[in-house]
Design a protein around this ligand. Structure first.
Ligand code: CP3
Length: 342
């Protein structure tokens, strides 16, 4: 196996960690903005395979990242299930809201999503033919809890209030929605793998608002179901789990779910992660994305500190969350040079 990202995910400790970056294809890159303008809007970009493949490749050409993440969005799956989806410029996603059994009943079944998602699978196929031989292709989906929070509220929410309210007021509807998203996610990721994705990542961006038993029920158990079924269908498939802001609940998450790699956000210290989490799995992370905006010596110092802290075990260098549109593309190069050159 020559691809460094696959080697790290298989548990190998490498002299230099492989690197990729969440949201590496994004608005901070002028070439992304140009292709997005050509597509017209964000969803057209996601559903036009040639253009989605093009923006996936842009950061690979510019920086030579070790991983390329499929260009798509976690909200395409709810759209395939029948939710309305649109993006308001400068504000973010909007969806139809799901408030009870009628909304749930109107959704499609887990196997009825593939016509809608066919362009995504086509993007994966194009990429698997076009990526450099040493670049690993990463597919992804949102975790059920995070996807449910958007489907219920119809938008991003600071505290996921509407989703918490529904799980308390109407647990039957909430649990059935979680089960549907979980099973549809398995079908969606499975077809990404068949199309050529070599790794999959599950983004649970809002896992941090689940505590104790609720975390186990709505973050850990669905992840375990998705990982075990995917690995049953695709033996040896590496999986990265990202229960963002999980804090102490990061401990044991990789073991309990079967994930090969635990992605961590930048609220936890890499020294703590090395001691507490890395014995169980590969660790991905966790530079504060603000450094991509501010740059300078603090960027170099913190990058070195993370590489140093995690160097005794398997590590994939990444940010703790997505790079933001105001980032300076030159700072990304400084980060990469620091990781690779010391
Ligand atoms: O990482 C990558 O480069 C791959 C593509 C990718 C996107 N979104 C493209 C995107 C991935 C993996 C995602 C995941 C995603 N999408 C998550 C989970 C990760 C996280 O950030 O917590 C979530 C919660 C979403 C939902 C979503 N999509 C939101 C809240 C927004 C609006 C915020 C924003 O940054 O504008 C999006 C839009 C989005 N998804 C953009 C991109 C490049 C920006 C759209 C644009 O070009 O205008």
């Amino acid at each position: 196996m020559t691809k460094t990202l696959l080697r790290a995910l298989a548990g190998e400790t490498l002299p230099t960690p492989p690197i990729w970056m969440m949201r590496q294809a994004g608005r901070y890159l002028p070439e992304y903005r140009a292709t997005r303008a050509k597509a017209g809007d964000f969803l057209s970009l996601c559903y036009t395979p040639d253009l989605a493949a093009e923006v996936t490749l842009q950061p690979i050409r510019r920086y030579g990242f070790d991983g390329a993440i499929l260009f798509a969005d976690i909200l395409l799956l709810p759209q395939a299930l029948g939710a309305d989806l649109w993006f308001v410029t400068g504000e973010g996603p909007r969806l139809s809201t799901l408030t009870g059994p009628e909304g749930l009943g109107a959704l499609k079944g887990k196997d009825d999503i593939h016509d809608h998602l066919a362009p995504v699978y086509e993007t994966v196929r194009i990429l698997s033919g076009e990526l450099p031989a040493d670049t690993t292709l990463i597919g992804f989906a949102g975790a059920p809890w995070t996807v449910a929070t958007y489907m219920i509220a119809g938008r991003g929410t600071p505290d996921q209030g509407p989703a918490h309210a529904l799980r308390q007021s109407d647990p039957a509807t909430f649990d059935a929605l979680m089960a549907l998203i979980t099973e549809a996610t398995i079908e969606y990721l499975s077809l990404q793998v068949q199309a050529g994705a070599e790794v999959v990542k599950i983004f649970d961006s809002w896992a941090g608002s689940l505590k104790d038993e609720a975390f186990t029920t709505y973050a850990l158990k669905p992840a375990r179901r998705i990982v075990s079924e995917l690995k049953r269908r695709h033996p040896g498939l590496p999986v990265i789990a990202f229960p963002r802001q999980a804090g102490d609940a990061y401990v044991g998450f990789a073991k309990a779910t079967g994930a090969d790699c635990l992605a961590i956000d930048n609220s936890v210290s890499p020294d703590w992660a090395a001691r507490t989490l890395q014995p169980d799995s590969c660790i991905q992370g966790n530079l504060d994305p603000r450094h991509m905006v501010t740059g300078g010596q603090p960027l170099i110092d913190e990058t070195r500190q993370i590489v140093q802290a995690l160097k005794a075990g398997p590590h994939v260098f990444n940010l703790g969350h997505g790079i933001t549109p105001d980032a300076d593309p030159d700072n990304v190069q400084v980060m990469i040079d620091t990781v690779r050159g010391g």
